[in-house]
Design a protein around this ligand. Structure first.
Ligand code: SAH
Length: 342
């Protein structure tokens, strides 16, 4: 059966017409889909007959909560079970500006970055748009709090699940959906170049974050196999095109690894690469994963790296680490508790 949360309003209108119902019913149904309801019976402004038709034809995908953990800093990590039994993790982080949902878009990941726990579990499948947005609904339901920002920084590579992620963004953005502004939505990618060009054409004002982690091809290829396919200069060209077309600032994520990419020369090299670009660098102390060989850079080195970038005219900040005590920080998410590490 189809998941009713997989449809945009236009698609739902088509579905409802095919059920022999009036088109305007789709609007009513669509509005219900973004409230935390568990059953079609809760759609109180629909007739019994229509509710029955919906039950006969669609599932109201609800993720099953398997487990949750709360960090001392208020971050909550949820382990959700999908209808086919696979599991994913989602995280809610509390910031002064509001609550952020960090959502997964795949079960596992193909990209194989050697510092990331999600890569270690292999790839199972991509999530549908409905499964992606359901994570936000479930987080709101479980926490009793409203989500105001969404980041595609959970498990999976968003640009490797392009169509579903774009659809999910449109649903999140839709005034009749979650009504979260595109500027409050961020996609993070390891750098799938053709999809960056495509994203630039979508006319979505979301934030694009590029996982760079090194400005040198030899080091980046060692950390991220995708760099063998798309080298840094190609990623940069695509980023410049993105900025030109969207006029949006790009965030470069840079996980600092002791002795690998954190020297003064590395900072200068990175600043040269980014010179003149409308961008911002987000420095992340690398989180050590099980069997991982990378260690975090020291706080002094991280601050020195940031200062060098700033002196070179590149805006750089250090990302606040949230949820590391519950393995909810960057790169620590895995698809189920059996393989949970840290
Ligand atoms: N596939 C997407 C989303 C991944 S997670 C991407 O590659 O961007 C979001 C961010 O966390 C990425 O920048 C990723 O490189 C980073 N990350 C992954 N593992 C990490 C770790 N162990 N320590 C710090 N950051 C990590």
């Amino acid at each position: 059966m189809k998941n009713i949360r997989d449809f945009t309003l236009t698609e739902l209108e088509e579905e409802i017409l095919n059920l022999g119902e009036k088109k305007y019913r789709a609007k009513q149904i669509f509005a219900w889909l973004y409230r935390e309801i568990d059953s079609f019976d809760e759609m109180t402004d629909l007739s019994k007959e229509l509710i029955q038709k919906l039950k006969d034809n669609y599932i109201l995908q609800n993720l099953k909560l398997s487990q949750f953990q709360k960090s001392v800093d208020g971050t909550i990590k949820y382990l959700f079970e999908l209808n086919d039994g696979h599991k994913i993790e989602s995280v809610m982080m509390k910031y002064k500006f509001g609550n952020t949902a960090c959502v997964s878009n795949q079960v596992g990941c193909k990209m194989g970055c050697n510092f990331c726990a999600s890569a270690k579990i292999g790839f199972v499948r991509s999530l549908t748009a409905g499964e992606i947005v359901s994570q936000i609904l479930e987080i709101q339901k479980q926490s009793g709090e409203k989500i105001s920002n969404v980041v595609f920084m959970g498990i999976g590579e968003p640009l490797d699940n392009y169509d579903n992620v774009i659809k999910a963004i449109r649903l999140i953005n839709d005034p009749k959906g979650f009504n979260i502004g595109a500027r409050h939505i961020s996609i993070s990618t390891c750098g799938i170049v053709p999809k960056i060009y495509r994203l630039a054409e979508e006319n979505i004002q979301c934030n694009l974050c590029i996982s760079l982690h090194s400005s040198r091809d030899s080091i980046r290829s060692e950390m991220m196999p995708i760099n063998n396919t798309y080298h840094i200069d190609e990623v940069m060209k695509a980023c410049k095109d993105y900025i030109k077309k969207t006029n949006r600032r790009i965030t470069f994520e840079y996980a600092l690894v002791d002795g690998k990419n954190d020297s003064h020369e590395d900072a200068i090299h990175l600043a040269r690469l980014l010179k003149g670009m409308l961008c911002h660098v987000n420095l992340i102390p690398v989180n050590k994963i099980k069997d991982g060989k990378y260690e975090k850079s020291s706080t002094e080195k991280i601050l020195a790296f940031r200062d060098t970038l700033n002196e070179q005219g590149i805006v750089a900040t250090v990302r606040r680490e949230l949820g590391s005590d519950i393995a909810a920080a960057c790169g620590q998410l895995v698809r189920d508790q059996k393989t949970n590490i840290d």
